[in-house]
Design a protein around this ligand. Structure first.
Ligand SMILES: [Fe+2]
Length: 132
């Protein structure tokens, strides 16, 4: 699934990181068709653990820099996603990457990306624009 302009938050730093995440998820998804499922899910988890660390930190720094009033709500959502990711990692370690874990992982990532960006991250951009 590609990043589409309707997902634009209007802040370049955030948009570029979101685009990168979509690209990477797509690449992994493609590779997953050829690779073994086990390899795929392990790579996806590695990527997401790295990506969320950097992206959430950058996004949070940006929100603080503009005194964004929805910061606490965002921070909570980010923490929630990190917890879901940790659960996925545990499920993966326990099951060895069965199909259910893979389907859950794909669904979680896509849902989260689109929902979180459309409903929460966009508000950051709107707030930033309103201050100008
Ligand atoms: Fe966010």
């Amino acid at each position: 699934m590609p990043w589409t302009p309707n997902l634009s938050v209007g802040v370049d730093l955030i948009d570029n990181q979101h685009k990168m995440c979509f690209e990477k998820a797509e690449k992994l998804f493609e590779a997953g068709k050829n690779n073994s499922a086990k390899e795929y899910i392990s790579e996806l988890l590695d990527f997401l653990e790295d990506y969320t660390k950097k992206h959430f930190a950058d996004e949070e720094k940006y929100m603080l820099s503009i005194n964004y009033p929805g910061y606490a709500e965002q921070k909570k959502a980010h923490t929630g996603f990190i917890a879901q990711l940790a659960k996925l990692r545990t499920d993966y370690n326990v099951s060895g990457g069965n199909l259910l874990v893979i389907l859950n992982a794909n669904k979680m990532v896509l849902d989260w990306l689109t929902q979180h960006i459309s409903y929460m991250d966009k508000k950051i951009g709107q707030y930033a624009a309103s201050r100008k």
